[in-house]
Each structure stands twice: as structure tokens, then as C-alpha cells.
Design a protein around this ligand. Structure first.
Ligand SMILES: [Zn+2]
Length: 293
């Protein structure tokens, strides 16, 4: 059997396994975070959002309803199963549509929308009709207090976008971050919209914060919904190793196509999207080290 045939078969088997995993998981689920009174993860398909319930109302995050209004409806219904208090806030993790589109039912319920200042700038340019514009923006830091819960919003610089907020619950020592700290997963495709060097700095800032558990925007392998600082260190390690490999390849004139075919990082083979996105991740670093962009 030829190598190409084997690779094709491996891809088919991998696609079948992914489809099987998806078929097993219910379309959405709400999980109360262990050890907390009021912190929840709402998952719909492969996206996750955090919400916090207080005696004075709910702080929700990303609507995760891009091209699927039924997700926002399920999200609201799930919140209603836990509390009859109103939704006071919707906080956007960053400005990408797959996480923040579809918030209108939350707006109609009276929620105030909060996002980083750069998110509002991009959304104002893009004018995507199914995105609720933020009512309020964050520059470097903002603290939201509601019903005895404190939620800090931190901007740690440019990374997977220039609009990501780290949401930190200081009492619970939990953070919610989306897309710039994937949970045992490679970066999306060729890392569009990204700032690879500053990204590493933002990971170091997150590591310097006081927290124990991290809710992510997508579940990791095996459906894992939360990570630890070791997961952040692993992402930083991945970026540093990939960057060094591609920098070397760029110096040998291998960028783009040869580098994209030749570079392998077997240490990360078990991470989600390894085979699918490694060439794209290499491409992004080829742009950086081979073109300066
Ligand atoms: Zn994103």
C-alpha cells in the first residue's frame, strides 16, 4: 500500500472517529463547576461559555450561536433551569463570530454587553448583522460586581486576536479564556488575526495571575472542559518549539511549502487538530520568520 494511500486511510479513520465522538455527545450540556456555588459551563457543539449566577442576576459570556440561533435559545433555557433572576451582563471573550454571534435574545432579556475596546472597533467595521454591539468597553482592566460575585476582566495584549479578555473570578480562582489558550489543541488553521510574539507574552501574563482552573472556549481531547496552569505552560512550549523550528527552516529557505511539509512536532500528536492544523500553524510562523509579517 502506498504512503499516500495510508495517509488517506488514516485521515478517513480519524474523520470517522471524530464523527463518532460527536454523535455520542449530546448537542449541548450545562455543567456546574465542581467546588463552586454558582459557576457553570454551557457547551453547545464544540463551543463553551461560562455563566455565573448570583442573587442579583446572571453574568453570562459568549452567546456561541453563529449560524445556529437554537444555541442561544438553549443557553437561555439552561440558565432559566438554574435561576429565575435576570441576565445582567453578556461579556465577549473576543470578537470572533463563532463565539459571540447570536446574542440578540440576551439583549432582548435586558443584558448589558461588555467587550474589549478593540472588539467594538472591529465589530463596527464588520457590521455583521447577528452580533449585538457592546454597550460598554474595557481597555486594560475592569471589575464587575454583582450579587456578591466579583469578576475581573483583564486585557493581556494581542494574541489570537487583539481583543481577548481574560475573565477571572478571584474568590473561586477560576479564569475563562477563549482561543488563545487552546486546551491540548493546535491553533486554528494558519492562525489568522494573530500576533505570535506578543501571544507568548500574554501567556506569561496569564501564568502570573492567581488562579487554579481555566475554562476554555472549546473542550479538549476526551471532552475535557477545564485546564490548569500546566496546560498554559504546554501551549507556551508548543509555540516556542514551533517558532524555533520554523525560524531554522526559514533560514534554510524552506518557507513556505517545504517547511509546511517537513516540520513535525510529534510531542503534540495527541492534541486536537494536530494533523489538520500543523501545516497552517507552520505557515503562520513562516510569514513571521520568512517575511517579517
Ligand atoms: Zn477566535
Amino acid at each position: 500500500m502506498s504512503r499516500i494511500h495510508l495517509a488517506g486511510m488514516a485521515a478517513l479513520i480519524s474523520a470517522a472517529l471524530t464523527a463518532a465522538a460527536h454523535a455520542q455527545a449530546p448537542p449541548f450540556a450545562t455543567t456546574k463547576v465542581e467546588g463552586t456555588d454558582n459557576v457553570y459551563i454551557f457547551r453547545y457543539g464544540g463551543h463553551q461559555a461560562m455563566f455565573v449566577v448570583t442573587p442579583q442576576g446572571v453574568i453570562a459570556t459568549d452567546p456561541i450561536s453563529y449560524l445556529r440561533p437554537q444555541a442561544a435559545k438553549a443557553y437561555l433555557d439552561e440558565i432559566k433551569k438554574v435561576t429565575d433572576k435576570p441576565i445582567k451582563y453578556v461579556i465577549y471573550s473576543h470578537h470572533h463570530f463563532d463565539h459571540i454571534a447570536g446574542g440578540k435574545p440576551f439583549k432582548d432579556a435586558g443584558a448589558r454587553f461588555v467587550a474589549h475596546r478593540n472588539a467594538r472597533t472591529h465589530l463596527a467595521e464588520l457590521k455583521y448583522p447577528d452580533v449585538v454591539m457592546p454597550d460598554e468597553t474595557v481597555d486594560r482592566r475592569k471589575t464587575i460586581k454583582l450579587g456578591g460575585t466579583t469578576l475581573e476582566l483583564h486585557y493581556v495584549g494581542r494574541n489570537h486576536s487583539d481583543s481577548a479578555l481574560v475573565m477571572r473570578l478571584p474568590k473561586e480562582k477560576i479564569i475563562f479564556t477563549v482561543d488563545f489558550i487552546p486546551l491540548q489543541a493546535l491553533m486554528f488553521r494558519n492562525m489568522p488575526d494573530s500576533w505570535p510574539i506578543e501571544w507568548e507574552e500574554s501567556l506569561k501574563k496569564v501564568l502570573a495571575m492567581d488562579w487554579n482552573r481555566m475554562i476554555t472556549g472549546h473542550p479538549g481531547p476526551g471532552g475535557r472542559q477545564m485546564g490548569t496552569k500546566d496546560d498554559v505552560r504546554a501551549v507556551l512550549g508548543y509555540m516556542q518549539e514551533l517558532s524555533a523550528e520554523v525560524k531554522k527552516a526559514a533560514g534554510q529557505g524552506k518557507c513556505f511549502d517545504t517547511a509546511m511539509k517537513e516540520i513535525k512536532l510529534p510531542k503534540y500528536e495527541s492534541w486536537n487538530n494536530y494533523a489538520q492544523y500543523l501545516p497552517g500553524n507552520i505557515e503562520r510562523y513562516c510569514m513571521l520568520w520568512g517575511r517579517g509579517s
